[in-house]
Ligand binder design. Structure first.
Ligand SMILES: Cc1ncc(COP(=O)(O)O)c(C=O)c1O
Length: 319
């Protein structure tokens, strides 16, 4: 059972600090007035690669034995994980292969290549691209970098939580989006190891609440996932993630994609910040009154990334 201490997160942060930005914790009068809480926004959309996803791979690669580094790493993702792995591998001088489905967005393929990774296109859905990645592990001895179910990755992602409590030691609650559960696993252990009374609230899309379903069932469940928000789109969360969430997360709330997209526009309009769908989920939960805390509570919301296809804003399908 994975339990990381404050020292673990401090050490992870020392390993990665020189390669990342210390993203700001912004005050938001607009959001505070709208919710009745004292809300601050961890603006991780300003992180290198545009999301928190570089933190975990940087920590993992810093700990990787030389011989494994020489063989290289592989992951399968068409989103933020791909870019996080690609840049972290480049920083550590490691060969990185990223498997994506053949219909992946050209802009994302280009961005991943620009960070120095080799892109292998295979199949039409993530599962098929992932099979290709596993094949490269077997045939070429590459190390697989899981997007959420990995201890060293979780320790790296959790450095975001450490920064929140360092910058705001009086924080009373932290609201975090959940996809596979990597981010909230790290953040929940980091903030609770600093102060176990800090509440951690996870937010999912009710169009694909894989973690909420598993917590309710008391075991890992595979769900029929219909959300179109890519950071939140997971049919089954990770085993380590599930166990950490069961022990360290106080509540999980869920709301439909449409309400999360409304919050995305709200943040852009009122806070002048470009956030992607997954990052708007905590704000959506706050605006819709799903976070039940006393008036005036000090609440940090994690704006986890800002990588969205802005051209979609001109149409109906936003992500
Ligand atoms: C911007 C953003 N926020 C949140 C998440 C969810 O993180 P996790 O899968 O670690 O729960 C993701 C995952 O891809 C993401 O890209």
């Amino acid at each position: 059972m994975l339990t990381l201490t404050l020292r673990d997160f401090e050490q992870a942060r020392e390993r990665i600090a020189q390669h990342i930005k210390r993203t700001p914790l912004l005050t938001s009068r607009q959001l505070s007035e709208a919710t009745g809480f004292d809300v601050r926004l961890k603006a991780e959309l300003f992180q290198r690669v545009g999301s928190y996803k570089i933190r975990g791979p940087l920590n993992k690669f810093a700990l990787m034995p030389e011989e494994q580094k020489r063989r290289g790493v592989v992951c399968s993702s068409a989103g933020n994980h791909a870019q996080g792995v690609a840049l972290a591998a480049k920083i550590h001088g490691i060969r990185a292969v990223v498997c994506m489905a053949e219909n992946a967005t050209p802009a994302k393929i280009a961005a991943t290549k620009a960070y120095g990774a080799e892109v292998v296109l295979h199949g039409t859905i993530w599962d098929e691209a992932n099979e290709k990645a596993k094949e490269l592990v077997r045939n070429e001895g590459l190390t697989y970098v899981h997007p959420f179910d990995d201890e060293q990755l979780i320790a790296g992602q959790g450095t975001l939580g450490l920064e929140i409590v360092q910058d705001w030691p009086d924080v009373e609650a932290v609201v975090v989006p959940i996809g596979g559960g990597g981010l909230i696993s790290g953040v929940s252990m980091a903030v609770k190891s600093f102060n176990p009374r800090i509440k951690v609230i996870g937010v999912e899309s009710s169009d694909g609440p894989a973690m909420q379903a598993s917590v309710r069932a008391g075991k890992l469940e595979t769900i029929d996932c219909r959300t179109i928000i890519d950071g939140l789109r997971v049919r089954r969360v990770g085993e380590i993630n599930f166990s950490v969430v069961q022990r360290f997360v106080d509540e999980i709330v869920a709301l439909p994609d449409a309400e999360i997209f409304d919050a995305m526009l709200w943040v852009m309009e009122r806070c002048k910040l470009v956030v992607e769908g997954a990052a708007a989920a905590p704000v959506a939960a706050l605006l819709r009154g799903l976070v039940d805390l006393p008036k005036g509570s000090r609440v940090a919301a994690v704006l986890s990334g800002g990588n969205l296809n802005v051209r979609q804003l001109a149409g109906q399908k936003w992500n």
